[in-house]
Design a protein around this ligand. Sequence first.
Ligand SMILES: Cc1ncc(COP(=O)(O)O)c(C=O)c1O
Length: 616
Amino acid sequence: MKAVILAAGDGERLAPITQTLPKALLPIGSESILSRQIRQLASLGVTDVTVVIGYEGHAIREHLAASNPPCNVHFVENNHYKTTSTAYSAWLAADHVRGDSFFLLDGDVVAVDAVFESFIALTGNTLLYEAKSISSPEEMKVAQDPADGHVYLSKKIATDRSLGEFVGVAVISAEANEAFFAALASHKDGYYEEAFNEIAVGHPFELQAVTENSWIEIDFVTDYLQAVRLFTETREEVAAPQVSEQVLLCPGPVMVSKKVKSALLHADIGHRETEFIEILTRCRAKLNNVYGANHEYTNVIITGSGTAANEALLSSYGPGKKLLILSNGEFGNRLLDLARCHNLNHTALEFGWTHPMDLAKIEQTIATGDYDALMMVHHETSTGMLNPINEIGALLKPYHVDFLVDAVSSIGAEALSVEKANITFCTASANKALASLPGLAFVCGKRSAFQALRDVPAHTRYLDLYRHYEFEDLHYQTPNTPAVSLFYALETALDELLEDTLEKRMQHYGHLSSLIRNRLKKLGMSFPVEEQQMSRVLTTVFYPADVDVEGFHDWVKQHNYVIYRGKGPLLGRAFQIANIGHVREEHVRAFLDLMERGFQLKQSADAVVEAAATVE
Ligand SMILES: Cc1ncc(COP(=O)(O)O)c(C=O)c1O
C-alpha cells in the first residue's frame, strides 16, 4: 500500500510558530507531525510514502533524511504552493501512485494510533469523518445525498445536512485512481474535495467514523496546543494528577468537558491587543444569546466569582435607591448581606427557607410605591427551589420598578429570558450550568440602565459597573487585567451549549434530575421543597432516619463523588445532589447505586447490632 501526504502549505494561520518551520514539522512530543504520520502508516504496512512539499521544503527533506523513516519516502515539489492549493499538490503526486490504491492525508492531521489502525480494513474509496454537529464555515463538512446515497464534501454544507467533519484522510481505490487524478487535473486551481465530489457518482465513497478527540487538524495555534496536550499525554507518561478524578455532584464548581479544559492551552496574548478584544466581543455576543436578550440589552464580563457580579450590581446601582430584597434561602440572604455591607437603603422581604415566594405579599409591598427596585435570586441554590421570576417581572411592570435578578445557578439550565421576564439587570457566573471554569461573572442589563449608572456614585471602584460597561461596551476592553485564559474556556463552553441548544441542555438536565428524584422516592426519601418548585439541576433531600450524616458524606467522598451538605436549617438534616455542568447519565446512575448500597450497608449493620442486642 502507498500513501500521499500533502505538506506544501505555509500554515499562514499558525504564524508566528510556522515562521521558520513548516507545519508538518511541528513537534508532538518527541516526533514531528510528519514523522508521526509516517510511523503510523508504516506500522500498517505502507511501504511508500510520497510527501508533497513546498513551503520550507528543504527543511522537510533534511528532517526526514535525519530521522531514518521506517519506509520509503519520496518527495514531490509544489513550487507554486503560494498560489495553488490541495488539488494541485495531490495531482503532482500522480506518478508515484498511478494504478494503485493509496491513502491521501493532509499533512496537518494528528491522530491517535487507533485511527490509523482502522485503515487496515479499508480498501475501497473511503473518507474518514467525525460525526458531530458543526456550524463553523471554516470546517470541511461531510454529507450524504438522501436520494442516491452519494457522499460529498464542502465547507458550505448546511449544519442540519452535515453528518460531521472530514478528518483530512481518504483512501482512493486502485479502481478509482485514474478518475481521481483526471478530476484533480480539471480542478487544479481549487481544492481536492472538488475532485472527490466529481468522482463520487461513478466511484462511490464509504464513510468511516472516527471518535471525538482521536484526531485534530492543526489550523490554529490553539489546535496545535490542544494536540500537544491530548496526544503527548497518551504517548508519553505524564505524571498522574495528585487528586483522583472526582465526580462533582455539587452545585458548583462543576465538571467541565475536556474541550473546555483544553481551551486553556491557548497562545499567550496581551489583553489590550486585538486577540483579546475579539474573544471578549465574541463571548459577550454569545452570552447575550444565552440570556435570551434582544438588542436593548448588553452585558459585561467581570473577572471574579458570582458574588463579584452581585456586589458590582448592588454597590453600583444601589446608592440613592430604595431596594426591596426578597429571600427564601442562603443566597437571598447574601444579597441582603451585600446591601448591608454597602449601606444601601433596603428592606428585606423574607419568606423562610424552602418556602415559596408569596406573590400577593410582594405586590402589596411594591404597590406602596416605596421602592425603586426589587432584587431576588432565580434559583435558590441552598434549597434547590426555582423562584417565579416571570410572574414577579410581570407584576413589577405596571409599577415601573426595576427588576434585578441573580441567575447565577439558573442560567443555562432553566428557561430564562431577560427580555420576557422584564429584567433590568441579571447576574450570573461561568461555573454552574454554563459548564465553564470558575472565575468569570456576568451582569446583563438594559443598555439604558447601564447608561443611567453614570450618574450614580458607586460604592466600589474595582467593581464599578458603569466603568465595566464603559470599557467593555464602548472600548471593547476590560478596565483591569482580566483572567484571559478563562475567556477561552468560556467561549468553548458557550459554543458547546449553543450548538447543543438550550432546549436540549434543559431536557438533559431534566432527565438527570428525574432519574435522581425517582430513585430517591423509591427509597422512601422525601424533599424539603415541593417537587414542582424544584429546579432541574439540583435536588435537596432529607437523610433517611439514623444516618450518620458526616459519615455518609465522607463515605461517598471516598468513592470519589462530591455532594453538598445541607445549609442553614437543613444542615445535618438534608444533603444536595446536583446534576449541573458536564454530568453524564452514567455518573448519576453510578452514584445512585452507590448511595443505595450505602443505605443498605447501614441497614444491615443496624440489623447486626439489633440482633446482637436481642441475643444479649
Ligand atoms: C444563586 C447564587 N448566587 C450567588 C452565588 C455566589 O457565587 P460565588 O460563590 O461564585 O461567588 C451562588 C453560589 O453558589 C449561588 O448559587
